[in-house]
Design a protein around this ligand. Structure first.
Ligand code: PAF
Length: 280
């Protein structure tokens, strides 16, 4: 199969995509590189459902609210291309910052109805508007029939779904389950920055989520959060938040469960910020 073709400019990619659309559908997997099994499962799903799949690899500066997080973000295009070389019908878009954000680019933050101020948004101001900005620009270039996002970034999915409605994109948003290592750690590009000991300490995140799920709905969400916090504190990580929220509104549940209750955790392990979530 060989290395996938890499396009670095929007206009060349657009013309390849226009030709492909004459005979089939285009699936899109936006990534920031440092690909892992989770990304590859998105590519597999996209290949099942489309004739051509575009994988973008672009570390988006506008979604980092912390300069060192941006500079430490893992980048390895060659390894990414090797991982993608097992697939047929995949092309890669690896643009420059100037290509994604040309001089005449205009972006007005969209009303995310509190989706961007809660949980991640509270700790990463501006992050979700940065995600919306880049995904809007990427969608405008690729104009995919379907786009694939992982459920690990649960809040990002909610934000993208809202963006698609507000900006009238016709792209269908497809969510795919979180991939985990055998011992439960949610796969993330950031995991490469963890030592072996860090990886083992990080397991407290998924263990806490499973512990909370097993508590069931007999106790109130507040009580389950209290017990979850106590369980989490037996580990070595520093917690940013642990919250049970309604999956649609992202409001914290206290006395009553909703039809779709999700527990979200963000924590720091060896200076690496990790997030995970589980439907309870
Ligand atoms: O989930 C990610 O990797 C990024 O947030 C995305 C969607 C590629 C936008 O930069």
């Amino acid at each position: 199969m060989g290395m996938p073709t890499v396009y670095t400019t929007a206009h060349v990619l657009s013309s390849v995509i226009s030709t492909a659309k004459m005979t089939g559908t285009v699936g899109f997997v936006p990534t920031m590189g440092a690909l892992h099994e989770g990304h590859l499962s998105l590519v597999n799903k996209a290949l099942d459902e489309n004739s051509l799949v575009v994988v973008s690899i672009f570390v988006n500066p506008t979604q980092f609210n912390n300069a060192s997080d941006l500079s430490n973000y893992p980048r390895n295009l060659r390894t990414d291309l090797e991982l993608l070389s097992v697939f047929d019908r995949v092309i890669v878009f690896a643009p420059s910052v100037e290509d994604i954000y040309p001089k005449n680019d205009f972006f007005e933050p969209i009303d995310l109805n509190c989706l961007d101020t809660r949980l991640e948004g509270a700790y990463r101001p501006g992050h979700f508007q940065g995600v919306v900005h880049v995904v809007r620009n990427l969608f405008n270039i690729v104009q995919p029939h379907r786009a694939y996002f992982g459920e690990k970034d649960f809040q990002q999915l909610a934000v993208i779904r809202r963006m698609v409605v507000l900006l009238s994109f016709t792209t269908e948003i497809i969510s795919c389950p979180t991939h985990r290592s055998v011992n439960g750690l949610a796969l993330s590009s950031r995991n490469v920055r963890l030592s072996d000991q860090g990886r083992s300490h990080a397991l407290i995140i998924s263990q806490t989520l499973n512990y909370m799920k097993n508590l069931g709905h007999d106790a109130t969400p507040s009580k389950v959060m209290e017990l979850g916090n106590a369980y989490f504190s037996k580990g070595n990580l520093s917690l940013e938040y642990l919250e049970i929220v309604d999956a649609n509104s992202l409001t914290t549940l206290t006395n009553h469960w909703s039809d779709h209750s999700v527990c979200c955790i963000a924590a720091h392990c060896e200076d690496v910020r990790l997030i995970d979530n589980l439907a309870l």
